[in-house]
Design a protein around this ligand. Structure first.
Ligand SMILES: [Fe+2]
Length: 268
């Protein structure tokens, strides 16, 4: 479970991700061992009491610096947990694994190791998710992120990657299409199915390629498609900061202005 790789592996990973001859993704087999997988899966499928540790997710408008952890629980058995780094870890192993993957990804993307780890005002910040998908169709419609078709040019970032830490196994734990990724040659790859991705494998993939989940089916006794994701969220303004009245709005504007200037000064 390294948070960095040597120069040779780094070069190969970047070729796999970004070169037209590459796949657009790279697989780190057995990134975490079976005992780590079991611990994380047990925690999020058996032991967590979301009503105590998380608040119900309403919308991404409530993802802000210092926001609580959130959870989504659907009638089909699917669950999503948003676990922000600034909150005390619900599960220390999940927290540590997420932190290491974030740094590894930053190395691959040629960013400083702390990139997207802290909620700078008006920036993006990683909020790791544990996702358990049990049953459904058209779960993730085909789309790309940060590509050249982004309506807002500020959102174009072709080196951005997403990471999926697989915690369950296609066939044994779920069926359906699972995650489908369009590689750099425009071919669809059914990751769990075609590549025999095992629990504990980490897949880092270029986010501007089209990706989708057409279907996931889970029988009784199966736990579903369980994984961790590492989305860098667009941080919103803390809704608890006063913006009522003209004085409040002016003070909030000043706050943002000062904070931006400070951050710029620090990173120069
Ligand atoms: Fe996406």
């Amino acid at each position: 479970m390294n948070n960095s790789i040597d120069d040779q592996r780094l070069h190969e990973s970047r070729m796999d991700l970004y070169h037209s001859s590459g796949n657009g993704f790279v697989v780190f087999r057995n990134y975490i061992s079976d005992d780590y997988v079991k611990h994380i899966v047990d925690y999020w499928t058996k032991y967590v009491i979301p009503e105590k540790s998380h608040e119900r997710f309403v919308s991404k408008e409530f993802l802000y610096n210092g926001c609580p952890n959130y959870f989504v629980s659907s009638s089909n058995g699917s669950k999503v947990f948003y676990n922000a780094f600034w909150n005390p870890p619900c599960d220390a192993v999940t927290y540590e694994v997420a932190f290491r993957i974030a740094q590894l990804r930053n190395q691959i993307e040629a960013k400083i190791s702390s990139a997207d780890l802290f909620p700078f005002p008006s920036g993006r910040c990683l909020i790791p998710r544990v996702v358990i998908t049990q049953n459904g169709e058209n779960i993730l419609v085909p789309h790309s992120d940060f590509g050249l078709d982004e309506p807002n040019p500020a959102n174009i970032d072709l080196r951005r990657t997403q990471a999926t830490l697989y915690l369950s196994e296609y066939g044994r734990d779920y069926t359906g299409t699972g995650f489908i990724y369009t590689n750099n040659q425009g071919e669809k790859v059914f990751l769990g199915k075609d590549l025999d991705i095992r629990p504990g494998d980490l897949v880092i993939w270029k986010q501007s390629n089209v990706h989708e989940i057409e279907s996931v089916y889970t029988e009784d006794e199966q736990m579903g498609f369980v994984r961790m994701l590492f989305p860098c969220e667009d941080m919103k303004m803390n809704p608890h900061l006063s913006n009522e009245g003209r004085a409040g709005k002016a003070s909030q504007g000043n706050y943002i202005h000062r904070a931006k200037a400070l951050v710029k000064k620090i990173i120069r």
